[in-house]
Design a binder for this molecule. Structure first.
Ligand code: HGY
Ligand code: MN
Ligand code: MN
Length: 426
């Protein structure tokens, strides 16, 4: 009997998980039924505190590292084995939903609760992690703390990430009391394997009426910050041909970004999500515009081609109008392939429960993308209603929430017991 079959008697409690999701959603809840819990705000602290209280009630020990990453640990029979870790993030977008990130954290807590219900001790320890600032909304880039843990970024880089008001992650971690003592990297904290459960944040699973996405890959990303400088001038007396209108330049770049996305179909994603116009006064020709670009593609060569096309377009546009330009790529990671034994553990868990499923490439970035650089990693997707996410209406069905946690429980036990099952030839 292989490892996953040993787990078939263990069941999660879907109602309990759903209730925890709804309780957590009260923290930072918005009028439209979503959440706004930006990284390292007081509301993020409240969510972290609640999660830690729930974990302590389950007998977990708690570790916090210098990036504020939280690890709730349930001991196994063999403390010398590296823990099998699951988790995600508690920070949200400004108009975020009740499931993005939170689902993976609380599905992990449900694994702990279910193991306690069954009074079952795994061979390896099990941990649930909360990664600081996954969204990269308040402090760009995204996934910065799992990136420090995976040694993609150094600690100083991580702590120095600043928001639009100049507040750094380091300062805000101190302020909310989550600047932990532990080294925030894989060297100081071995991980045997990592699983992350997450809503798909797109329409495929629901469209195909599939309950689980077995995530095999994640697309790569490139993020840019562009500042265009023209000449502020009076909107009345300044003739059109003498203007150096920074917003005209920005609008042409927005159109170029969209054209590059459309020209690299299928799969390319191209978004300008943030723009600041200065002085933003209706009768002043804008002298300065800041905008962001988010490119994604599962093929690294095409992502590089999109990068080249953007640089050429921006250069041509700014020369034509006579604008200054500061163009910076602030973040890049190549497409990710998740590790076969973890993907198989997810697939086995799905088949053991008879859930409908399909393989998927993740369109979104997740902390699992960086964990995959330092430990065997797999992801489990569940559908979300109309595929909508990063939106206050984000929603999921209780049966999907339960199914994803059930697969996570079985994959975690299979991995945590792998050594003992191998020795007994199970
Ligand atoms: O942008 C992303 O893919 C993720 O939501 N941070
Ligand atoms: Mn997320
Ligand atoms: Mn997100």
């Amino acid at each position: 009997m292989n490892a996953i079959n040993q787990t078939q008697n263990h069941k999660v409690n879907g109602e309990r998980l759903w209730q925890s999701l709804m309780d957590m959603a009260k923290i930072g809840e918005t009028e439209k039924g979503g959440v706004c819990r930006l990284a390292l705000t007081d509301l993020d602290k409240q969510g972290r505190d609640l999660f830690i209280d729930w974990c302590k009630a389950e007998g977990c020990s708690i570790r916090i590292d210098k990036m504020g990453n939280i690890f709730a640990r349930r001991e196994g029979r063999n403390p010398d084995l590296p823990p099998i870790v699951t988790g995600s993030h508690l920070d949200s977008q400004p108009t975020g939903g009740r499931f993005d990130g939170v689902y993976g954290v609380l599905a992990g807590l449900e694994v702990i609760r279910s193991l306690n219900d069954a009074d079952y001790v795994t061979e390896a320890p099990v941990e649930v992690s909360v990664w600081t600032n996954e969204e990269g909304s308040r402090f760009p880039p995204a996934m910065v703390s799992s990136g420090v843990f995976a040694k993609v970024f150094d600690l100083d880089y991580g702590l120095s990430r600043a928001d639009v008001d100049g507040k750094t992650m380091g300062e805000e971690l101190e302020r909310i009391g989550y600047a932990g003592p532990d080294e925030p990297n894989i060297d100081g904290h071995a991980v045997g394997a990592y699983f992350e459960a997450h809503i798909e944040q797109g329409p495929i699973l629901e469209d195909e009426d599939k309950t689980i996405g077995v995530v095999t890959d994640a697309q790569g990303q490139r993020w840019y910050e562009i500042t265009l400088t023209g000449v502020e001038a009076h909107a009345g007396p300044t003739p059109m041909h003498l203007r150096k209108d920074a917003l005209l330049g920005a609008s042409r770049i927005v159109d170029a970004v969209n054209r590059i996305g459309m020209a690299n179909q299928p799969y390319a994603c191209a978004t300008v999500g943030m723009m600041q116009v200065h002085p933003n006064s209706r009768n002043v020709i804008p002298g300065k515009v800041f905008l962001t670009v988010d490119f994604r593609h599962p093929d690294d060569d095409i992502l590089a081609k999109m990068d080249k096309e953007l640089r050429e377009a921006a250069k041509e546009i700014t020369e034509d109008i006579g604008l200054g330009m500061d163009f910076e790529q602030i973040w890049y990671y190549a497409p990710i392939k998740f590790e076969e034994s973890c993907v198989q553990a997810v697939r086995d868990g799905v088949e053991l429960n008879g859930y409908s499923h399909r393989d998927m490439v993740s369109g979104a970035g997740h902390d699992a993308c960086y964990l995959s650089k330092v430990t065997p990693t797999g992801m489990i997707f569940i559908p979300c209603i109309d595929g909508i996410s990063h939106n206050e209406v984000e929603d999921a069905k209780p049966e999907w929430v339960t199914a994803g946690a059930q697969v996570l429980l079985q994959a975690m036990i299979a991995k945590a017991d792998e050594t003992v099952l191998e020795n007994t030839g199970a």
